[in-house]
Write a protein that binds this ligand. Structure first.
Ligand code: GDP
Length: 196
């Protein structure tokens, strides 16, 4: 249960993140996947994620302090179509450095739009996490946007693809920021991660 959520700091340099003196989990996903909406829904704060997402500030690592006890991190979205290679590489370096070096990181939640067929960029990112030993779980978003059966079908297709890559598919959650579906389950899972 999240009782308190406060914005702490935004960074472009992973080395300048807050002291790694408490447990931390992070959210990442393609832009428009519903990351801000999910963070706001989970924390019960309408504008928490937006605070740090003013124009020109979106490509930053954003730290939030939760319940005065652990950090929730909003990582920049990946997969922008129209961006030059240098800018893209800069973001990738930042995200990769953060994910590989952040010693207090207990889990990364990779958001996947439940309306879409499995996307190459998401599969590649999850594969990279697996290869590098970054502890990733999947959060399917926007489940309210289509019928339950359509969501179930897309989730099934994605997990099947994952099983082709990994022996075991990662933990996953089916969520909606609109209806709150999956929030409790996801928060319980996060609670266990940050407890250890
Ligand atoms: P971000 O770029 O990943 O932070 O995505 P946003 O949270 O800004 O969401 C992108 C768009 O999808 C916005 O128009 C949201 O209102 C919408 N959206 C996000 N999550 C949901 C959801 O669970 N259900 C519905 N119906 N719309 C959503």
């Amino acid at each position: 249960m999240i009782k308190k959520a406060e914005f702490v700091i935004s960074n472009s340099d992973p080395g300048k993140c807050p002291n790694p003196d408490r447990a931390e989990i992070a959210f990442i996903g393609r832009s428009n996947v519903g990351k801000s909406s999910l963070i706001n829904a989970l924390t019960g704060k309408k504008d928490l994620a937006k605070t740090s997402q003013k124009p020109g500030k979106t490509q930053l690592i954003n730290h939030f302090m939760i319940n005065d006890r652990w950090y929730m991190v909003d990582l920049p979205g990946y997969g922008f179509a129209k961006v030059n290679v240098k800018v893209k590489q800069g973001w990738e370096n930042m995200i990769q450095t953060y994910l590989l070096k952040r010693e207090n990181l207990c889990g990364v939640f990779v958001l996947i739009d439940s309306r879409l067929e499995p996307q190459k960029i998401d599969l590649e990112f999850l594969l990279w996490c697996g290869t590098e030993g970054v502890p990733a779980a999947i959060v399917f978003t926007k489940s309210d946007k289509q019928s339950k059966s359509k969501t179930a079908l897309n989730v099934h297709k994605f997990l099947k693809k994952m099983e082709e890559i990994f022996e075991e598919a990662p933990d996953y959650f089916v969520t909606s920021a609109e209806t709150g579906q999956g929030s409790e389950e996801l928060l319980n899972f996060i609670d266990d991660l940050v407890k250890e």
